[in-house]
Write a protein that binds this ligand. Structure first.
Ligand code: UD1
Length: 417
């Protein structure tokens, strides 16, 4: 087991370079099997979710070559066999193999996906989408079997603008016969990144990034080269850390537009933030105002930054409210923030934060990935030593977090116990 130790209360200064987006990477790797030739993807983050997906590729006999930040995926000798529970359980995004395998072979057999326990996380919309394209979905114990004689285009309306369902349906539809229209599609930048990747292979997708995506099925997908977009959630996490401890911190290699909603909120509470073409510079302030924030689908305030943002609001004067609208179980970090000295009450889906609180180091738990990021942010701000257990969650999504924070002056290390 690994734990993280942070000696907090230290000002941080320097530059943190943001890695490729986890939530794009975890879809791009399964999407790569759709090519009939070879796909090269660069700016791949070295996180455990990437490893877990490469393990699935290898189990399917896909040729995978990795060199620092790039990956070359050649599925020409691939075998479409069942994806076992030991693979599927490691992360939520293993489910993208269902759409990709269905699209390519008209059949996918996979055990239930895993991932953070931040809500019920049904995948009914993915499955309904597959069915609309002509697939039959059966569920045997913990296993999904999705198969079709032929996939045909369809008009699909998503009841919820789900990121996962939008991408999975896109993956299944790119090689279907005819035209698919996904209405009320999710608009997250990661979806645009995946659509661009597929179009680079020869797919015909238009409208990604809007709520209507149109896909004209094709028979063949060729060789392609692609780059993962910068991780807006990793960027947002370090921007928040900058607002807590930066003297200043430059968060580099980002697309600032992707974190617009966060930047607006930071400006509203009085954070000193300068926005450049592909970076932001954040300096910590002594006095922040309180605010109310509600998570929403893109371009709204991201649910994945809600947890780190609550940490910053403990440093605002007065009463702030954070309302979570996407996931039912995303306040698991709150009891630990209170242990660190915060004053937060959660009722229904709203956390009421009364600040400003002096945070003091103690023992806390990373209950999920972004709760873990919140613990890191809080530990860096808190005076004294904070010990975080269950750090495996954090390592699923933050590349070289120890190295990046150490480079700006943080005292942080991971210990194996
Ligand atoms: C993705 C992100 C995750 C982020 C979330 C919302 C990845 C790997 N993960 O997750 O970090 O928090 O988007 O921005 O990209 N829903 C259903 N039925 C479905 C699918 C979803 O009811 O079939 C519900 C979910 O329970 C949730 C909401 O829709 O309440 C949004 O989920 P979705 O957008 O699908 O999230 P993920 O793709 O799982």
């Amino acid at each position: 087991m690994k734990l993280m130790e942070i000696e907090g209360g230290i000002e941080l200064s320097g530059t943190i370079r943001i890695s490729g987006a986890k939530n794009a990477t975890v879809a791009l790797i399964p999407a790569a099997i759709l090519t009939d030739e070879e796909a090269t993807i660069c700016n791949i983050p070295e996180i455990t979710d990437t490893e877990a997906l490469c393990d699935i590729l290898k189990a399917l006999n896909v040729d995978v070559k990795r060199a620092s930040e790039s990956i070359v995926i050649n599925p020409q000798n691939m075998q479409n066999i069942e994806i076992g529970e030991q693979f599927s359980k490691k992360l939520r995004a293993s489910y993208y193999f269902m759409g990709a395998l269905l699209g390519k072979y008209k059949k996918a057999v996979m055990y239930f996906p895993g991932g953070c326990s931040i809500g019920a996380r049904p995948i009914d919309l993915h499955l309904k989408g597959f069915e609309a394209l002509g697939a039959k979905v059966t569920n045997e114990k913990n296993k999904y079997i999705v198969e079709a004689e032929e996939l045909h285009g369809a008009n699909i309306y998503l009841d919820i603008a789900s990121v996962g369902a939008t991408i999975n349906i896109m993956l299944a539809a790119v090689r279907a016969k005819g035209k698919t229209v996904i209405d009320n599609a999710a608009k997250e930048p990661e979806i645009v990144n995946v659509a661009t990747f597929l179009n680079n292979m020869g797919a015909k997708i238009t409208g990604a990034g809007t709520s209507t995506i149109k896909i004209e099925g094709v028979d063949y997908l060729g060789k392609c080269f692609h780059e993962v977009i910068p991780d807006r959630i990793e960027a947002g996490t370090y921007i928040i850390i900058g607002a807590l401890c930066g003297n200043p911190i430059k968060v580099d290699n980002i697309i600032p537009e992707h974190v617009d909603s966060l930047i607006s909120k930071l400006e509203e509470i009085g954070v000193d933030i300068q926005v450049g073409a592909d970076y932001v510079i954040v300096t910590r302030g002594e006095k922040y105002k309180s605010t109310n924030v509600k998570t929403a689908v893109y371009p709204g305030f991201p649910t994945d930054l809600q947890q780190p943002f609550t940490v910053l609001l403990t440093q605002s004067n007065g009463k702030s409210k954070v309302t979570e609208t996407i996931w039912e179980n995303r306040f698991m970090h709150i009891p630990y923030l209170n242990d660190l000295g915060a004053d937060i009450v959660v009722k229904n889906q709203t956390a009421t934060i009364v600040g400003k609180s002096e945070l003091k180091g103690t023992n806390v738990v990373a209950t999920d990935l972004r709760a873990g990021a919140a613990m890191v942010a809080a530990g860096l701000k808190a005076e004294g030593k904070t010990t975080i257990t269950n750090v495996e969650h954090i390592l699923r999504g933050y590349e070289q977090i120890i190295e990046k924070l150490t480079s700006v002056g943080a005292k942080i290390e991971i210990k194996e116990i």
